[in-house]
Design a binder for this molecule. Structure first.
Ligand code: PLP
Length: 369
């Protein structure tokens, strides 16, 4: 079976994990501290804090910014539901705004319309742009609107480590950026995540929120506030740290693979069979998702490809189509279309033009084109 994607873990990374296991220093330790420093240098920000998942990162970000009951937070319609789950979990209300076709990221126009017409009853407190599939969201427009209306900005960069917006890495453009190291992401620690910020006070708050609310004062441990244990282990940090020097090379390979796919799929787009994602500058291509057109049954296409040994799936969810968030929300927008017609194709840096040729040939046959 040609898998949707595969983790890229070499013998050196496995040896680094084994060394930590032999050391007995399993949780706190030098690997985690070094990985945080190297990620901060990579992202060009002052502080990176490791946590146990991308969802933990998003949750801690909202806690650190004191977002809670009485607040509303804008989230894009097309994403993984964790983006909205964390908002609801802190007692705030997720407000769903539609995305743009082609980039699958928050529509700046619709964001502005929502912010301008906001009548409460909650206080609009933050916006969470998602760099969906590694495509950088339109941050200039989003930051401009946020500044004009006093909104905090939490970037959900869970699937976008290494993506760039106008040459600058995403994740440190707003108040806090959140990353995931789940095996479906380009760099993986199994489960894992990180927060990035340029605000030293926020970094200190995040550090204690991930660690039982504890702070060391002299020789004493103080419990400052109720909090989580969202720490990442030292052996997972060792795994991530060994992959980081390879990441930019992997992203370049992914950008080349995306160009190959889009070139090979263009005749099908011209024939009106499908729509293609935009080759946006700085896209890190965690996933390549196309959308089928017309009233074609996606599950039949998925089955036909599976019969030829090719794994595909739907790309992400539409929050307005998720029962717990969609009640009373119009779901006739772009996000809903992407959710019902999206098809993610096999994609990772280990794949080459031969994979593209096989997948596109199978897709042509499945579409009867
Ligand atoms: C993967 C992902 C998450 C969740 O990350 P986990 O590490 O699985 O908790 C959240 N948001 C987006 C956009 C993601 O792609």
């Amino acid at each position: 079976m040609l898998k949707l994607s595969q983790p890229n873990i070499d013998e050196e990374a496995i040896a680094a994990v084994a060394a930590v296991l032999r050391s007995g220093q399993l949780v706190h330790g030098s690997e985690g501290e070094a990985f945080e420093r190297e990620l901060a240098r990579y992202l060009g920000c002052t502080d990176v804090l490791l946590v146990s998942s991308g969802t933990a990162a998003l949750h801690v970000a909202l806690l650190a910014l004191d977002i809670g009951p009485g607040d509303a937070v804008i989230v894009p319609d097309f994403t993984f539901p964790a983006t909205a789950n964390v908002v609801a979990m802190v007692g705030a209300r997720p407000v769903i705004v539609d995305v743009d076709p082609g980039t699958y990221t928050l529509s700046v126009e619709k964001l502005e319309a929502t912010v301008k017409s906001w009548r409460g009853p909650e206080r609009l407190k933050a916006v969470m742009p998602v760099h969906e599939f590694g495509c950088p969201a339109e941050m200039d427009g989003i930051l401009h609107i946020a500044k004009a209306h006093g909104l905090l900005v939490v970037e959900d960069a869970a699937c976008a480590l290494g993506a760039r917006y106008k040459g600058v890495k995403v994740g440190a453009l707003g108040n806090i950026g959140c990353f995931s190291f789940h095996p479906r992401k380009t760099l993986t620690t199994g489960e894992g995540g990180a927060l990035a910020t340029n605000d030293a006070a926020l970094a200190a708050r995040i550090r204690r929120l991930r660690n039982h609310g504890m702070e060391r004062q002299g020789t004493e441990l103080r419990f400052m506030e109720p909090a989580t244990n969202y720490r990442l282990t030292n052996f997972q940090a060792a795994l991530g740290k060994k992959q980081l020097p390879h990441l930019d090379g992997w992203i370049q390979a992914r950008q080349a693979l995306a160009r190959s796919y889009l070139t090979a799929l263009e005749p099908l787009q011209v024939a009106g069979q499908l729509d293609l994602p935009l080759l946006k500058e700085g896209h890190s291509w965690q996933t390549l998702m196309i959308t089928l057109k017309g009233d074609r049954d996606r599950s039949l296409v998925v089955e036909a490809l599976k019969a030829r040994g090719i794994e595909t799936n739907l790309g992400a969810q539409s929050l307005s189509s998720v029962g717990i968030y969609g009640a009373g929300v119009a779901n006739d927008g772009i996000g809903r279309e992407l959710y019902s017609r999206g098809l993610a194709l096999p994609f990772c840096e280990q794949y080459d033009d031969r994979v593209v040729a096989d997948v596109v040939a199978a897709l042509k046959q499945a579409l009867g084109a």
